[in-house]
Design a protein around this ligand. Structure first.
Ligand SMILES: C[S@@+](CC[C@H](N)C(=O)[O-])C[C@H]1O[C@@H](n2cnc3c(N)ncnc32)[C@H](O)[C@@H]1O
Length: 418
């Protein structure tokens, strides 16, 4: 779409057309399109309207019910913040006494919307004119919000006494617009040097204003966390979504931590005093608990804090699995119970699968040098019972060992069940 089409869709005629469309169904889209064209609607407008209808239907899970009335672009939706995450961040600005936020690279405006809904005034800056037009449509009607087409690096931020109550939010693009990956989605970038606005610009803004937050991928390098800043790895529904950096008045605790949403609420995991945590390694026995940390915990390097929380130790240095005798419930790790400790050998696993009638087999792998799919083919589980094996290494007193831990979820209601 171009700016003209976006403006038309946002106007009274476009809104009226979009409102006549039935709830989006892939199978019915062609017929709906044909009907509109027969009614004399310009084919380009029909295509744009149907795209909106499809994106809105897709966007509801991420952006909430309001997605049904928003304008979206495929890239903009992919990159937009989840509504509840955006609300969480916006609340932080409000709680810190910020009154105005510069949203530098606002995309379709999901974060700007949350900031405005938290009572803050917002200047939303977006380099791409079409995306800016979309943001303008989405933010229309919200008080104190201004959308500007421009580059973050060119924005003149207030200085001196004008800085009071001023904050900035940056959510740099981690995609290369116009370049598709093998699945047809916009190619992602993983290196900090490739995000836009660039990392240096983010740091410059952080040095200028008293309250700044910025969102990066979960692979954010630990050594880049600036002194005095707070880096929070955030996970939602088991997916590590982002690493958010906070500066100045938005810092609650400098250093690294983790926020996990368990489907109901957020739980924070801060680095713990690990002086009482036993060294990694030791035997693992049937009945032990195996705590499989959330990906955000692994990305943040806070497995030690899970050890402290459950009274356990890592199965081997750097394995990322925490073993405890009777670890208590935590939202930061999936709790598994060890049924049997098996050698990581095809013959032994084949015999195990046969004697326990194992069929559908889930293989989880971390810290073991093994091709899990090749192993599955060799083990040939042909039975009827589902089973899960964790392929990992242990640091036993007798030496390192590659093992397959047969596990099942911790019994319901027991301590440690998630
Ligand atoms: C990840 S998206 C922002 C998503 C937004 N926070 C939301 O929740 O909808 C990043 C946006 O930054 C824009 N952008 C990239 N480089 C920029 C720059 N130098 N200045 C301003 N905007 C930029 C991109 O066009 C993209 O729309």
């Amino acid at each position: 779409v171009d700016v003209h089409t976006v403006d038309w869709l946002a106007g009274p005629e476009g809104a009226a057309l979009l409102a006549t469309l039935p709830p989006y169904e892939e199978g019915r889209a062609l017929a709906v399109g044909e009907r509109l064209r027969r009614d004399g609607v310009d084919p380009a407008v029909v295509a744009a309207a149907l795209t909106q209808s499809r994106l809105r239907a897709r966007g509801v899970t991420k952006l909430g019910p309001e997605a049904a009335t928003m304008l979206l672009t495929p890239d903009g939706l992919e990159q937009a913040s989840r509504a509840d995450v955006a609300a969480l961040h916006a609340a932080r600005f409000a709680a810190a006494g910020v009154r105005h936020v510069w949203d530098l690279g606002c995309g379709v405006g999901a974060d700007a919307r949350a900031l405005a809904d938290a009572g803050l005034s917002v200047t939303a800056v977006e380099a791409d004119p079409v995306t800016a037009a979309v943001a303008r449509a989405n933010l229309a009607g919200r008080r104190g919000v201004r959308v500007v087409v421009g580059r973050a690096e060119e924005v003149v931020l207030p200085g001196g006494a004008g800085r009071a109550g001023q904050g900035a939010w940056l959510d740099p693009a981690r995609r290369v617009t116009g370049v598709a990956d093998a699945r047809g989605r916009t190619r992602r970038v993983f290196r900090l040097s490739e995000v836009s606005p660039p990392w240096e610009v983010v740091q410059g803004v952080a040095a200028r204003l008293p309250a700044v937050g910025a969102k990066f991928g979960p692979g954010f390098p630990h050594h880049e966390v600036p002194d005095g800043a707070q880096a929070t790895w955030l996970s939602y529904g088991g997916e590590a979504l982002e690493c958010t950096l906070w500066w100045g008045d938005l810092v609650e605790r400098p250093g690294r931590d983790v926020l996990v949403h368990d489907g109901t609420r957020w739980h924070i995991l801060a680095p713990a005093d690990s002086s009482g945590v036993p060294e990694a390694g030791g035997e693992v026995r049937p009945g032990d608990r195996l705590h499989d940390p959330d990906r955000a915990v692994l990305a943040a390097g806070l497995v030690g804090a899970v050890c402290a929380a459950v009274g356990g130790r890592e199965s081997a240095p750097g394995s990322g699995y925490v073993v405890s005798r009777d670890g208590r419930a935590t939202p930061w790790a999936r709790c598994l119970e060890v049924v049997e400790v098996l050698p990581l050998q095809v013959k032994a696993l084949r015999a195990w699968a046969r004697s326990h009638d194992v069929g559908p087999l889930t293989l989880k792998k971390r810290g073991a040098w093994v091709d899990a799919e090749a192993l599955r083919r060799q083990v040939r589980p042909r039975g009827s019972r589902e089973a899960t094996l964790v392929l990992t290494r242990l640091a036993r007193p007798s030496g390192p060992a590659a093992v397959a831990l047969w596990v099942r979820p911790c019994p319901d209601g027991s301590p440690g069940a998630r």
